[in-house]
Design a protein around this ligand. Structure first.
Ligand code: COA
Length: 260
């Protein structure tokens, strides 16, 4: 499938998805959200893909937000629909993907851009990155999960301050807050993400997908994370990956997971 606003690069079991609207600082318009949904769906179903890295094109921005030009004259009804569609199609979709998604935050991650990075399973940033949720400066609030995921990641007080001030924080501050896991020079960003991806891909894809589910369940009010963990833990015992992982350990060799 060919895309207008994104690029997909494949290297073995690693897929790198690049949001490619550099002239608009990779702002998320409707078409880009729809293309990202399609691409994530395809990669999730592809047995040969183990890890996905998401990055913005150029060296200035990951994503500078939702495309303001698209919603400036929306009604209340259209505003609700915009948030609902975005959450369903992309933000919750990524969070619940069975494959790990790493956000490589290579510059501005503002508004919908930071929300997108937060929907990924974890984040690595370049040292020039700037992050924030400036929506209240536009008279609106974060609508792609930002009011929920930011407090989960950095704590309620810090999230309140960041959202109320509409301020931006540096990647160093984001590291201190736990919003990103690592900060490196821009040229080292993709190599580090790929190194982490390589380490992930040595492990059981099925067990990883269950771990994602169990961890996510703990952050949902309508789910019991411990119950989800017990169910997923039990399910692992019925997988070929578990058989291979335990057999390989007992035979003192490296596991070669079938991913089933
Ligand atoms: N939506 C639509 N277009 C955007 C955008 C967004 N969120 N962010 C940047 N752009 C566009 C600009 O309009 C400009 O387009 P143009 O050249 O056709 O005029 C282009 O990207 C470059 O941005 P510019 O503002 O000229 O770059 P800058 O280096 O001066 O400033 C930012 C960078 C990130 C500080 C600034 O672009 C900005 O504040 N963007 C909006 C951030 C925001 O509020 N996001 C939350 C949206 S809910």
């Amino acid at each position: 499938m060919s895309y207008k606003n994104i690029l997909i690069d494949r290297e073995g079991s690693l897929a790198t998805l690049t949001i490619n609207r550099p002239n608009k600082l990779n702002a998320l318009n409707k078409a880009t959200i729809s293309e990202l949904h399609q691409a994530f769906d395809d990669l999730d179903k592809d047995h040969d893909v183990a890890v996905i890295i998401l990055i913005g094109s150029g060296d200035k921005a990951f994503v500078a937000g939702a495309d303001i030009s698209e919603f400036a004259d929306f009604s209340v009804k259209e505003g609700k629909q915009l948030a609902q569609d975005g959450q369903d199609l992309l933000f919750n979709f990524i969070e619940n993907l069975s494959k790990p998604v790493i956000a490589a935050v290579n510059g501005f991650a503002l508004g919908g851009g930071l929300e997108l990075a937060m929907a990924c399973h974890f984040r690595v940033a370049s040292d020039n990155a700037k992050m924030g949720l400036p929506e209240v400066s536009l008279g609106v609030i974060p609508g792609y999960g930002g009011t929920q995921r930011l407090p989960q990641l950095v704590g309620k007080g810090r999230a309140m301050e960041l959202i109320m001030t509409a301020g931006m924080i540096s990647s160093e501050r984001a590291l201190e807050y736990g919003l990103v896991n690592h900060v490196v020079a821009q040229e080292e960003l993709l190599p580090l993400c790929k190194k982490i991806a390589g380490r992930i891909s040595n492990n059981s894809p099925v067990a990883i997908s269950y771990a994602i589910k169990a961890i996510n369940a703990g952050f949902k009010n309508d789910k019991n994370g411990y119950a989800q963990e017990i169910k997923a833990f039990g399910n692992c015992f019925g997988t070929a990956d578990f058989k291979e992982g335990t057999t390989a350990f007992l035979e003192k060799r490296k596991a070669d997971f079938p991913g089933a």
